[in-house]
Design a binder for this molecule. Structure first.
Ligand code: HEC
Ligand code: HEC
Length: 264
């Protein structure tokens, strides 16, 4: 009984301490915008050396939605993240958790309590970046590809590259082989100003597009092939996650997951 009372005494003190310190913290935090907070974290993470083994453990959470392969879902609800450039993955994770990019579904899983700190971001980003990509991603109808190729060449090459391969130092996303419906969703969110972390120059570049031009260029983009050494075989399954039960398959019960990743 006495020990419990003592415990509460300490707790009381801790609360008083927190009450004194919190206003100071929130004051200084409110000075930085979500974009600034994300940028600081991006730079911190980029300076770290990634540990792939730990990245695999951290990825257990992500696999639930992005699938063990990181291939997402071809109908585009979940993007393919496998093979995305490391700097882009890090930027998106930092942006999402600083609320510089809205992602209500994923937001809780990006928080330090679940995802961990800068080192875990570095590790999981490196793990995802080295995963082979889906050779059978969701594509468009394929009916207007000549126009798509022209629109792509005139408007996208200078930033996303002639093969949609992106740019690592500039954290410019690779968009080749992404699911068609996901491309549409992001393109329209960027155009309409709903994606906070979008590039103002890209918004400028695409604002005059007709619906036909938009569909054509995104269909073309979904069919751009990542280089052969980046693609996995069709229906590849990630051997790191052998116990994963795929939706619709009458698999065995999940084995206990590996020990959780340490949280710095
Ligand atoms: C509850 C489901 C869920 C979980 C868990 C989840 N994500 Fe996501 N993630 C999403 C959805 C949905 C999107 C796309 C949101 C949108 O449309 O803007 C996304 C987007 C992303 C993107 C941006 C992709 C792009 O090209 O724009 C990255 C990178 C990403 N997730 C990485 C991760 C990592 C790494 C983890 C694990 C730490 C994770 N996600 C966990 C649902 C999830
Ligand atoms: C001036 C440079 C620029 C141009 C031109 C540009 N983009 Fe982008 N785009 C970006 C940047 C930068 C991002 C990522 C912003 C961020 O999240 O940091 C992006 C993001 C995207 C995304 C979302 C990718 C993802 O994984 O979430 C798509 C899709 C996209 N661009 C398609 C296009 C297409 C198609 C064109 C041509 C019609 C185009 N962009 C032209 C710079 C550009």
């Amino acid at each position: 009984m006495k020990r419990i009372a003592l415990g509460f005494g300490w707790l009381g003190l801790a609360w008083v301490g927190l009450g004194l310190v919190l206003p100071l913290i929130s004051d200084s935090a409110s000075a930085a915008t979500p974009a600034e907070i994300a940028k600081t974290e991006y730079e911190e993470v980029m300076a770290l050396t990634p540990d792939l083994q730990n990245g695999r453990k951290v990825y257990i959470t992500c696999a639930v939605c992005h699938r063990p392969e990181g291939w997402g879902t071809p109908e585009g609800t979940y993007p393919q993240i496998a093979g995305q450039l490391r700097s882009v993955i890090i930027k998106q994770l930092a942006d999402i958790r600083a609320r510089n990019r809205d992602n209500p579904l994923m937001y809780p899983f990006s928080m330090p309590r679940i995802l961990g700190g800068a080192q875990n971001i570095a590790d999981v980003a490196a793990y995802v970046a080295q995963l082979p990509m889906n050779p059978q991603n969701g594509v468009g109808p394929g009916t207007d590809l000549e126009l798509g190729a022209k629109v792509y060449k005139d408007n996208c090459v200078k930033c996303h590259g002639n093969q949609g391969q992106g740019d690592e130092p500039e954290h410019m996303p690779a968009i080749a082989g992404q699911h068609f419906n996901y491309l549409i969703r992001q393109f329209e969110a960027i155009r309409d100003g709903r994606r906070k972390n979008s590039d103002p120059k890209m918004v400028e570049q695409i604002k005059g597009f007709s619906p036909r031009e938009e569909m054509a260029v995104l269909d073309y983009t979904s069919r751009l092939r990542p280089s052969a050494d980046r693609l996995g075989p069709p229906n590849w399954r990630n051997p790191d996650f052998q116990g994963y039960v795929y939706p619709g398959s009458p698999g065995p019960a999940l084995p206990p997951p590996p020990a959780p990743a340490p949280r710095p």
